[in-house]
Every structure is written in structure tokens, then in C-alpha cells.
Design a protein around this ligand. Structure first.
Ligand code: HEC
Length: 112
């Protein structure tokens, strides 16, 4: 399973170099998205809202995050941005990847 996960996550990480992979965000398993959903509600929903629903006035509306930009997502989450803290210490790269599976598919709505 660990190997499988690494294989699925790798294309998103190498997208910038290869340029030939299909758009990121459409290559996740339902299991990864569900895992990301659970992680999101443990660590992100208190600010970003349940199921990513918030007013978007002071806190970024994640339903609008560009689904073709996994690098920006990973960078913002690990380094922090504005009033959002860094999650570098709190989350493993695998946890950030499943969070991207969730956010990058609009909560699974754009899984194909
Ligand atoms: C303490 C409240 C808080 C928590 C917890 C939080 N965020 Fe944020 N998040 C923010 C705020 C505020 C912004 C807007 C930052 C800005 O642009 O100034 C933001 C912005 C973002 C952005 C957009 C950054 C960009 O590139 O523009 C992403 C992606 C994001 N958050 C993901 C997450 C994820 C995933 C989690 C859970 C691991 C999380 N956030 C937890 C407050 C929070």
C-alpha cells in the first residue's frame, strides 16, 4: 500500500519537470480522498469550514483553490501563509498529499 501511494503521489510532485502527465487532481483513489477528508476535518476545518464551506472573506475559500497547482498547495500548507500557521511539524508529506487529494478534487467531486 505504501508503495502504491508513493506511485500515485509521484506524478503530481514531478509534474513541473515532466510536463507530460495528465492534470493533477484527477488521479487519486477514493481511499486517498476519504483519508484527506478525515485529515482536513481534524486539522483544517476549524478555520476553513466543514466540507470547505466558509464565507471566504477573511479565510481563503478552498473550493476556489486552483486544482492544477499542487506545488502551491503543498508550499502554502508546509510553510504557512499570512495568518495560516505552518504545518511542517504537524503533518507528514503523506498527510499533506492526501489533503491535496481532497482539496484538489473539490472534496471528491472532480474525481474521474
Ligand atoms: C488558524 C486558521 C487556519 C488553519 C488551521 C488552516 N488554515 Fe489554511 N488559511 C488560513 C488563512 C487565514 C488563509 C489565507 C492566507 C493568506 O492568503 O493570507 C489560508 C489559506 C490557505 C490556502 C491558500 C494559500 C494560497 O496559496 O493562497 C490553502 C491551500 C490552505 N489554507 C490550506 C489549509 C490546509 C490544508 C489546512 C489544514 C492542514 C489549513 N489550511 C489550516 C487559515 C488557516
Amino acid at each position: 500500500m505504501r508503495v502504491l501511494l508513493a506511485l500515485l503521489v509521484l506524478p503530481a510532485a514531478t509534474l513541473a519537470q515532466t510536463g507530460s502527465d495528465p492534470p493533477a487532481g484527477l488521479r487519486f483513489t477514493a481511499e486517498q480522498i476519504e483519508s484527506g477528508r478525515a485529515q482536513f476535518h481534524r486539522t483544517c476545518a476549524q478555520c476553513h469550514g466543514r466540507n470547505m464551506v466558509n464565507s471566504g472573506t477573511t479565510i481563503y475559500d478552498l473550493r476556489k483553490f486552483p486544482v492544477d497547482d499542487p506545488e502551491r498547495f503543498k508550499h502554502s500548507v508546509t510553510e504557512g501563509k499570512g495568518n495560516m500557521p505552518s504545518f511542517k511539524e504537524a503533518l507528514t508529506p503523506e498527510q499533506v498529499s492526501v489533503l491535496w487529494a481532497y482539496v484538489g478534487t473539490r472534496g471528491g467531486k472532480e474525481l474521474q
